[in-house]
Design a protein around this ligand. Structure first.
Ligand SMILES: O=C(O)CCC(=O)C(=O)O
Length: 229
């Protein structure tokens, strides 16, 4: 694993870990059925947590087929399985708070580690949710502030939500069906870890057939072939 660049700590980032009582929720309607919520400085102590997550999470190098060859994903990941506890007690506290706020049972989280500005994730919608019109994806950032772009599915003008360390970003409604997001490469150095929890309703409408989360059939009929994950 390449050594991570140094992250410049912030005052809130090195404070004792915990929710920041003064943080406020800001909601942006993407369109009539999709929205994003941002809570800047949602959690204190995230620079300390960043170092602990980098050290203790069993990071894995994902691989994917690109045309006729297999390539490494440009980031490391760890996906918690059903029943597996969050890999840090602070993450369990975050999940509880999110469940309280949104009143939704969240699936075990996925964690991504961007070792420096060369790591990235290209335009995509979250694979399991991208045909559904009622979803929630809550992402907490630890470490470097990176561009986080969101644009209409298939292209169009993008908005940079730029979450920094301790910020919470939540995409909801049909934001995985009708919008896509990316964390592009950047010349800015510094490691970043993101932790994301997901939910979809049992009555979310599926476009194009059965959905693995909602039906026993394992048929995948997504119309959007080009996914990054
Ligand atoms: O790292 C992030 O903030 C985004 C991660 C993401 O979009 C994904 O893993 O699907």
């Amino acid at each position: 694993m390449a050594p991570a660049a140094i992250h410049q700590p912030t005052l809130l980032g090195v404070a004792p870990p915990g929710p920041n009582p003064t943080a406020s929720r800001e909601r942006l309607a993407l369109d009539g059925t999709s929205w994003v919520e941002i809570v800047r400085d949602w959690w204190a102590g995230c620079d300390v947590l960043l170092a602990e997550l980098i050290e203790h999470v069993p990071w894995r190098q994902g691989r994917r087929r690109m045309w006729d060859r297999m390539v490494d994903d440009p980031r490391l990941s760890h996906w918690c399985r059903r029943g597996e506890p969050e890999p840090h007690t602070a993450l369990a506290l975050m999940r509880n708070r999110l469940v309280g706020w949104y009143d939704r049972p969240l699936r075990p989280p996925g964690l991504n580690y961007y070792r420096d500005g060369r790591d990235s994730v290209a335009w995509h919608a979250d694979r399991e949710l991208r045909d559904l019109d009622d979803t929630l994806v809550a992402i907490v950032t630890f470490g470097a502030r990176r561009p986080f772009l969101i644009r209409p599915a298939g292209g169009g003008p993008s908005t940079d939500l730029a979450p920094g360390s301790g910020d919470l970003l939540v995409m909801g409604g049909a934001a995985q069906r009708d919008w896509e997001h990316a964390v592009p490469k950047t010349s800015r150095p510094g490691p970043r870890v993101s932790v994301s929890w997901r939910w979809t309703s049992g009555s979310a409408r599926v476009h194009g057939g059965d959905h693995p989360w909602l039906a026993t059939s394992s048929a995948r009929t997504s119309s959007r072939a080009a996914s990054n994950r």
